[in-house]
Ligand binder design. Sequence first.
Ligand code: FAD
Length: 465
Amino acid sequence: MLEQLVELVGAEQVTDDAETLAAHRFDRWCLKHWQDWRGEALSTAACVVRPRHTEDVQAVVRYAASNAIPIIPWGLGSGVCGGIEPTNAQILMDMSAMHQVLEIDEENLLLTVEAGINGLIAEEAVAAVGLTIGHWPQSIGISSVGGWISTRASGQFSTAYGNIEDIVYSLEMVLPSGERVTLGKAPRAAAGPDLRHLALGAEGTHGIVTHVTLSLRRQPESRRFSAWYAPDMASGFRAQREIVQQEWRPPVMRQYDASEVARLFPDHVREDHCLILLVHEGPGSRVDAEMHAVESIMADLGLDPADSASAEGWMSHRNNVPEWRDLLEQGLIADTIEVSGTWSQIDAIYSDVVSALKTVPDCVNASAHSSHVYRSGINLYFTFACMPGDASVMGDRYLESWDRALTATAQAGGGIAHHHGSGRLRRDYLHHDLGAAGIDLLRTLKQAIDPQGILNPGNLLPSSE
Ligand SMILES: Cc1cc2nc3c(=O)[nH]c(=O)nc-3n(C[C@H](O)[C@H](O)[C@H](O)COP(=O)(O)OP(=O)(O)OC[C@H]3O[C@@H](n4cnc5c(N)ncnc54)[C@H](O)[C@@H]3O)c2cc1C
């Protein structure tokens, strides 16, 4: 296989050296890091291929298709749901050598990049000409634009600027046949179903995303911060609903429960209160008007102002997170679970999931904040941690926490996956969101697009009955 791949794309683009294979065994799924930390042998791919352009991708895919060899796409490996789990009969396709900015179109506010580009580098390229992508996942410096598409990612500023599906203009994808297809052509279209969505959230199972064009924004003229105390989660949600339903759009609105305020904002604790942080951006006059309106909504609902330094502090430290290994060394197995629900469901989702997580043995933390707001509802981002003493049961505690949280969310009517995707972690829970008929439809699509099942087998779709 190696010889043939070298012939197709060149010796420098193909390797089976042990270090590179080991570095591509898994993404940032906590469970794999625990297994690795425990010393379990985790499988590697047969080789890692790093295509330089779309033609390389096509050549490798055609070769793989004619030999029925699976390909596992790798962006920058920051996924957290186990979307990458190669075996030694598979090719791992690392997209990071496709990292060029192809075009910045300042008149039409369009950026075209190769899909393996690091998100922060893409953002910096447009920032240099006064523009922004407006997509700021916490992982912006460790994730690729193709990964954003493939996982349906959300950025921290999504409440005003939208999630990745609202920002992507068009994309190029290599299908499992090796054919190249460009999806999306005009600012908006009624030319049949929107085929860009075959790539958005497909997690490498429908094709390899090779180029992406994103719709940009001008850098905001003004940015200001505000913060508020809510006596409980329900009153905070009510205030957030009022703000968005009155058509105000602070790009960032985050509401931390009292437990997270104590842990993350120790200088801003007020009894058992929740803390709501807002970032207001845009033309100066609109920002002023928005802040004025938010003040009056908060006052009407009885919420008190907090020190806006809490929001500024969040802004400057927002992407600092511990490594899994450091937590494991401290005896903790932890993760975050992002779900969503309508305004009528969200109070129950919050209390049911926190209660469900607390029933898991050795649970030492069950808390949440919200971070993405919509006219019809909001997300919740739960954090759990278990400290079992016996490291061998950490994996069980981990899976039990996920099971209880997703089951409680589904029972309360919520959506079980807001923005991290499915991977192997959520695939057997997807029926909660898609229903049996939806799962069948997804299988039918997969079968039609990838009849041999060569692209990322085992990912996304539930295991077959
Ligand atoms: C600390 C941390 C913070 C995070 N914060 C956020 C956040 O704020 N918002 C958010 O949405 N996510 C977040 N994530 C999750 C993760 O960063 C995103 O899912 C991201 O979009 C993954 O990009 P990647 O390039 O690293 O993809 P990878 O992990 O390499 O791959 C993810 C999936 O997409 C497939 N894939 C990757 N590239 C391609 C391609 N070019 N073509 C086809 N398939 C491909 C892979 O096979 C895999 O199934 C966070 C993760 C970490 C570790």
